[in-house]
Design a protein around this ligand. Structure first.
Ligand code: SD4
Length: 315
């Protein structure tokens, strides 16, 4: 009997009949994780409308979130690791397989743009830590002063009171932005950027800069991105899995649900784990699904913009 067979089937049936995303197709079509995706999508849409490429759109879209001083989970104003240092992860990918990423990088205001520079200006896919920071300097990206934002500072001081120096994994302390988009010619691209799990161990890297885990895009099939506890997403190669399931004929919604089912089957921390997936196929249909309620995503297309509550494994 496979491990997957240990997942209660009743759970699947209950959730498959529950709330799911609408399945109408749109082209162009932009999707982003969480409500901070709304202004990010607006920017991406504006980029497309003014003649930018889908890659420009997904880069500039998530830069809005990286710039948002009220956001504690993306960009330099995000929550720090347990040493009080903010380290960022980001990745970007085009449907032709070009991709770039940075991990565990400090002082860079727009890690998504640094990821794009890795993609376009180096023979590599992923630069990490000090090397990524040096590359930012070499590319003329100014480094920011290393200070916590006032909100992050307050939260970190509060966390230290009871933290026992353990990273706390819960369903609230991580809200990456992952954006996937399709232009009217059928080209796809995606971006993903985060300050990662709050109060993580110094050096910890999540799923967001790992191509195939936090982000995967293939013009032949579609695109997927992830949010939530990165360790669980990496374990199942979440975004790649979803794209491969779509290649085999699943709808974006079905593919997201199957990926959640696999993550649930493998999770050793189910009580405290949240993961959300978002998928878009090359026809412009989409889906989203999470382990537990609370995951929402932003959608933008020619007929409008909305925030959608994703269905979930647990009710
Ligand atoms: C991580 N997946 O570093 C990221 C955090 C996150 O929604 O998504 N949050 O594990």
């Amino acid at each position: 009997m496979s491990t997957l067979a240990t997942v209660p089937l009743a759970g699947i049936a209950r959730n498959l009949s529950g709330k799911t995303a609408e399945t109408i197709a749109y082209k162009p079509h932009i999707l982003s994780t969480w409500n901070h995706g709304m202004p990010a999508n607006d920017k991406a849409w504006e980029v497309l409308e003014t003649g930018g490429s889908i890659l420009d759109a997904v880069e500039q879209g998530v830069m809005v979130t990286e710039n948002d001083l009220s956001n504690l989970s993306v960009g330099l104003q995000g929550l720090p690791d347990r040493e009080g240092i903010v380290t960022l992860d980001a990745s970007i990918m085009k449907g032709d397989g070009s991709c770039g990423a940075v991990a565990f990088v400090r002082q860079v205001k727009h890690p998504i743009s640094l990821a794009r520079k890795v993609m376009e200006n180096t023979p590599h896919v992923l630069l990490a830590g000090e090397g990524a920071r040096q590359f930012a300097i070499a590319e003329g990206m100014p480094l920011e002063e290393e200070v916590l934002s006032p909100n992050a500072e307050k939260a970190y001081e509060r966390w230290k009171e009871n933290a026992k120096y353990q990273p706390i994994i819960n369903i609230e302390n991580h809200d990456t932005i992952g954006m996937i988009g399709l232009d009217e010619t059928g080209s796809l691209a995606g971006s993903c950027t985060t300050s990662g799990l709050a109060y993580k161990m110094h050096g910890r890297v999540g799923d967001s800069p790992i191509i195939g885990a936090g982000l995967f895009v293939d013009d032949q099939v579609g695109a997927a991105t992830a949010t939530g506890l990165g360790e669980e997403v990496i374990r199942i190669c979440g975004a790649f899995l979803i794209v491969e399931l779509m290649r085999q004929g699943r709808t974006p919604q079905e593919a997201c649900e199957e990926a959640v089912r696999r993550a649930v089957a493998k999770s050793k921390n189910l009580d405290s784990t949240q993961i959300g997936f978002l998928a878009l196929n090359k026809e412009g249909s989409f889906g989203g699904y999470a382990i537990r309620p609370g995951f929402n995503f932003a959608q933008h297309h020619a007929n409008g913009r909305s925030l959608i509550d994703a269905g979930s494994w647990f009710n």
